[in-house]
Design a protein around this ligand. Structure first.
Ligand code: 5GP
Ligand code: ZN
Length: 134
């Protein structure tokens, strides 16, 4: 029998009638599970979006898959459907807020500024955004 990753054995989580992979040590998995509060602005089966705790723009939302994968590249390997869903949710949230434009990005790896190793898309807008970024 195939051995399951440890986090599945220690923290099976059931949503919408199916088991999903979460990591009990991961901050964003805790937000998904409601163990840590967040200002949630969108939720469906595959995607959760909440305001960033340290906003870098008037709109700064984190859009995450409701399964634990380390970064955007790993998410793309796990599910191209959910990867695409993040972009659709970004467009919806931007349109609801009447943003004239917005930036979506994934920091991948500590050198690029990633500090939480659960894939998350940053949605930034509501002010002119300079380029190149820092
Ligand atoms: P990263 O640096 O990994 O690309 O982005 C992580 C983001 O998560 C940062 O923008 C940071 O402000 C945000 N963040 C860290 N801890 C929390 C938290 O407990 N709640 C919320 N809402 N955002 C958080
Ligand atoms: Zn996680």
């Amino acid at each position: 029998m195939q051995e399951l990753p440890q986090f599945q054995l220690s923290a099976p989580s059931y949503r919408y009638g199916k088991e999903v992979s979460l990591d009990p040590t991961c901050l964003f998995c805790k937000i998904i599970e409601g163990e840590i509060p967040a200002d949630i602005v969108f939720r469906n089966e595959n995607v959760l979006a909440f305001n960033d705790i340290a906003p870098q723009a008037p709109t700064h939302i984190l859009i995450i898959p409701t399964l634990h994968v380390e970064n955007g590249a790993e998410l793309a390997k796990a599910s191209s459907t959910i990867t695409a869903e993040l972009f659709k949710v970004a467009e919806q949230l931007s349109s609801e807020r009447g943003l004239g434009g917005y930036r979506t990005l994934f920091n991948t790896g500590a050198e690029a500024g990633q500090s939480v190793f659960h894939a998350h898309m940053h949605l930034l807008g509501g002010r002119p955004l300079a380029w190149p970024p820092g």
